[in-house]
Write a protein that binds this ligand. Structure first.
Ligand code: G3P
Ligand code: MG
Length: 356
């Protein structure tokens, strides 16, 4: 193995495989590493700490910029992870910047959703926390939310970027659900207001501004023993309510796994990564398309990770772990994986044994 993948060998041969790891339920539960992840991930690096096997994290989660997540994961796993190795559910939002050039947009979710969008290049972005705070009494339940007293809101936006526009007359032109919403009750209310009125709460009915979800996971594995409701559950709640109070259905676009485009994008990131790792490898100069013979998706959610990898087709191959949403003894009946293992460490052992 060392000979085949070492950087120091003359004209090193690039690996013909790559790996995409899901995060929640595979690498982490909450903020704790699981399934021998730190030890196993270290096997993908050389002794000197340089990356040996091209891999990335392909998660439907997010809420912080990719470079921040890379730092967090580096600390948790004890290896050096670069921002290019982190693909969040919301990462494709950066492609939409031109469409919303001078438009006011609202960013929803845990973490710092407005910071994420600002760093992607969106110029007029407010977190839903900040946006809602401009509208007195928009949430009639706010006085009962004692847990919100003294809460730190989107510090970046309030400290550094004061809106130079009038939120009482300027319509919201786009809503981006970046990460799992925190205050579902308030967010459902405010989003129904924005989406039913053409982007201006308190005004009359109007055309729905575009609405985007970073992912559509009904459930995911966090620290609690059983699955937790995800962004897809929030979408169902918003859609049902919106459809009851309007005479036309909610329109929206969802990103994230299992969309095959997410896998296509991950494959091209891995391709660039391996080219930067092996700049002198013979094939790299002529490479345009994906040169991997196999890219493994290691996931815990059959409907999302395994379904996505199988819909994406060649070169994707799926490995299902039992550390998250899936706990079955055999394979998942509806979305069977190519291989089922207990943990991410077993997945890496399996892949390295097969490939090296
Ligand atoms: O909120 C995170 C969740 O929806 C899924 O994360 O890493 O399992 O794709 P992951
Ligand atoms: Mg998962």
């Amino acid at each position: 193995l060392a000979q085949r993948f070492s950087h120091s060998a003359a004209a090193p041969e690039r690996p013909s495989f790559g790996i995409a790891f899901d995060i929640d339920g595979v690498i982490l539960r909450g903020r704790s590493p699981i399934g021998g992840a730190p030890r196993a991930i270290r096997r993908l690096y050389s002794e000197d700490g340089t990356l040996k096997i091209p891999f990335l994290f392909l998660t439907n989660g997010g809420g912080v910029p990719e470079h921040r997540r890379a730092l967090e994961l580096s600390q948790l796993l004890g290896v050096n992870i670069s921002p290019t190795q982190v693909v969040h559910g919301h990462s494709p939002y950066r492609e939409l910047v031109d469409r919303f050039e001078n438009d006011l947009i609202v960013a929803v979710g845990k973490g710092e959703p407005a910071v994420v969008m600002s760093e992607y290049g969106f110029r007029k972005v407010l977190s839903i926390d900040k946006y809602a705070s401009y509208f007195k009494d928009i949430d009639p339940l706010a006085p009962f939310k004692t847990w919100k007293v003294g809460q730190k809101t989107d510090s970046y936006m309030s400290a550094k970027v004061h809106p130079s526009y009038d939120v009482y007359s300027e319509r919201v032109k786009g809503v981006f659900v970046v990460s799992d919403p925190v205050d579902w009750g308030r967010d459902l209310q405010v989003l129904c207001d924005i989406l039913s009125t053409g982007g201006l709460p308190g005004s009359g009915k109007g055309d729905q501004p575009p609405l985007y979800f970073a992912a559509d996971d009904l459930e995911y594995q966090a620290a609690f023993p059983s699955e937790r409701l995800g962004m897809g559950a929030f979408r169902i709640a918003l859609e049902s309510i919106f459809n009851q109070i309007n005479d036309h259905p909610l329109k929206y676009t969802s990103y994230g796994k299992p969309n095959p485009l997410v896998f296509k994008n991950a494959a091209s990131i891995l391709e660039k990564l391996v080219m930067s790792m092996y700049p002198n490898s013979q094939t790299s100069k002529e490479v345009k398309d994906c040169q991997f013979s196999t890219i493994y998706m290691v996931g815990d959610n059959p409907k999302v990770d395994i379904n996505g990898a199988s819909k994406a087709g060649h070169p994707w191959s799926s490995v299902l772990t039992r550390t998250g949403v899936f706990r079955g003894k055999d394979n998942d009946p509806q979305f069977p994986a190519d291989v089922v293992v207990d943990t991410v460490e077993d997945a890496i052992n399996y892949i390295l044994e097969k490939e090296c």
